[in-house]
Write a protein that binds this ligand. Structure first.
Ligand code: ZN
Ligand code: ZN
Length: 135
């Protein structure tokens, strides 16, 4: 699968499946995306590579968290990130994918801190915080 940012400068490719796809409602995802929640999943780090625009990437580490947030320094697209607790995986923000990854969201996390103006209307399992710890 491939993905890209809004301006098209940054492009990436990932082999294999997008696993553990889910919606995250934590305040960090909301702030970084500007949206009600972020839908993301994991791909194997071994099969992930930047196709272009690696020099445009910016990395932000939320203080006190183990994860980094990667975004395009030109257009600001939030692409995903990396968590040092899971070195073998890359977090991919599904909204930046160019095609249908084939998998579907499995659950909601950090529902306890979701935006008060957003109502979840699907029947997926809701977790108050994380399934596993997520940054
Ligand atoms: Zn961009
Ligand atoms: Zn989150």
């Amino acid at each position: 699968m491939t993905g890209s940012c809004l301006c098209g400068k940054v492009r990436y490719e990932a082999e294999g499946e997008l696993t553990a796809m889910h919606h995250c409602h934590c305040s960090r995802c909301r702030k970084h995306s500007g949206a009600a929640f972020v839908t993301d999943g994991f791909v194997a780090a071994s099969g992930f590579r930047w196709l272009s625009g690696e020099d445009a990437l910016r990395v932000y580490r939320v203080p006190g968290r183990t994860s980094t947030r990667v975004f395009c320094g030109t257009c600001g697209s939030s692409l995903g990130g990396h968590d040092e607790r899971w070195p073998d995986f890359i977090v991919v923000n599904a909204g930046t994918l160019d095609d249908d990854p084939g998998t579907r969201p499995l659950y909601h996390i950090y529902v306890g801190s979701k935006a008060p103006w957003f109502t979840i209307t699907d029947s997926l399992t809701q977790f108050a915080t994380a399934v596993e710890q997520e940054g």
